[in-house]
Design a protein around this ligand. Structure first.
Ligand code: PLP
Length: 421
């Protein structure tokens, strides 16, 4: 029988099954994982009935939190009306979501198109193909940036920076060079007629929440236009309202006030609010035509359920004023975090928050937080990341930050104890 999802009964009904899961996952993640069984709003419960406040939203995915009634209703209704159809056909939610994305990005006015996929990685694979199609024998370089994360399939991995992820799979698809992120001179002087595309995250997520310096995106845009290279933004993590604007490249904190339009942009994560989906948004007709039918295609990409979920996410963000709400969270976080011992820097862009510590204990803080009922994340030894559901209230974040000094103390003690044993 199916495992119970009721935290009160799962401990008895599903105990053996959960134990098997834990053992299996130990091999995958290296440490025993807690098995989560239920979520509602910003709270999730594990199989033992412990409650956690979710400040990660499944890595910037659950924009509306867990089990949001509008999302549940949209997906349920869609599945009971029209489920899977394959890419021989289109469907009403698919067309509507494509239209909404073009409208929100401003690409509708310039003849844009949306190609759907099932994840951020897959959307970036499509972007890689777009770059290759734009290129030729002489226009063969693709510029990415250091500390970038774009996914782990072969093409996406070629764009991703971390050597640790890349090395075992060499040789990766060629032509990709990584330049220092935010170094305007380095990027602008590297762009010439041999460059097919530049791809970057307007706000890097996996590197610990680092935004482009003001004016950087504008300068890169100008150089790409001048030399005929495509500019592609990976907004998989930073898009869909996460930074307080629909897309981070529309955020004046990130652009320095300039209007910067890419030639293409990839989305996933928050777009489905928890249902897998990805999208490559092409901003112009010419860019859209680089990929024809058959050059991008997937069985599930743009399926009715996922696109109905995307529409529900967009409608709820609009209906509940979540962009404005999220913008205010950043100020609350910065205020509450100032003066906390061992906190060196806070970078908050709406609901995408990086906290640098002056000691290498971020993973131990994550563990201490989990024990205390908070789900947070570390992107490196020094850096904590928060990417809560957009619906979270500022008081919940303030409460976490009030507890952070105690969590840091616990992490310091745990790290010292480990070092001395
Ligand atoms: N691009 C960025 C900026 C990401 O942060 C991620 C995931 O963290 C990806 C791409 C990969 O997306 P997915 O895990 O949906 O394949």
């Amino acid at each position: 029988s199916a495992p119970s999802t009721d935290p009160d009964t799962v401990g008895t009904d599903g105990e053996e099954l959960m134990q098997r899961y834990r053992t299996a996952l130990t091999g995958v993640f290296g440490t025993p994982q807690r098995t989560l069984v239920r979520g509602e709003g910003v709270t999730v419960w594990d199989a033992d009935g412990h409650a956690y406040t979710d400040l990660m939203a499944g890595i910037a995915v659950n924009a509306l939190g867990h089990a949001h009634p509008r999302l549940v209703a949209a997906v349920t209704e869609q599945l009971s009306t029209l489920g899977h159809i394959s890419n021989f056909f289109t469907s009403v939610p698919q067309i509507q979501l494509a239209e909404r994305l073009l409208e929100l990005s401003g690409a509708q006015a310039t003849g844009g198109t949306v190609f759907f996929a099932n994840s951020g990685t897959e959307a970036n694979e499509a972007a890689f193909k777009l770059a290759r199609r734009h290129g030729d024998a002489t226009r063969h370089r693709i510029l990415a940036v250091e500390h970038a994360f774009h996914g782990r399939t072969m093409g996406a991995l070629a764009l991703t920076w971390k050597e640790q992820y890349r090395a075992p799979f060499a040789p990766l698809p060629g032509g990709v060079e990584h330049l220092p992120f935010g170094d305007q001179d380095a990027m602008v002087s590297a762009i010439d007629e041999t460059v097919a595309a530049v791809i970057l995250e307007p706000v890097q997520g996996e590197s610990g929440v680092n935004a482009s310096p003001a004016g950087y995106l504008e300068a890169v845009r100008e150089a790409c236009t001048r030399h005929g290279a495509l500019l592609i933004f990976d907004e998989v993590q930073s898009g869909m309202g996460r930074t307080g604007t629909w897309f981070a490249h529309q955020n004046t904190q990130v652009t320095g006030g300039a209007r910067v339009m890419p030639d293409a942009m990839t989305l996933a994560k928050g777009l489905g609010g928890g249902i897998p989906i990805g999208a490559l948004v092409c901003f112009t007709e010419a860019t859209s035509q680089l990929l024809t039918a058959g050059q991008h295609g997937t069985t599930f990409g743009g399926n009715p359920m996922a696109t109905a979920a995307g529409l529900a996410v967009i409608e709820t963000i609009e209906h509940d004023g979540l962009l404005e709400h999220v913008s205010e969270l950043a100020t609350a976080v910065c205020d509450a975090a100032s003066g906390i011992g061992h906190v060196q820097a806070v970078r908050a862009f709406g609901g995408l928050i990086g906290i640098d510590l002056d000691v290498e204990i971020a993973p131990a803080v994550v563990a201490a937080a989990l024990e205390a009922g908070w789900i947070i994340n570390a992107t490196g030894p020094h850096t904590l990341r928060l990417a809560p559901p957009l619906i979270i209230d500022a008081d919940t974040l303030r409460t976490f930050l009030q507890q952070l000094p105690a969590l840091i103390d616990r992490a310091l003690t745990a790290t010292e104890t480990k070092a001395s044993s």
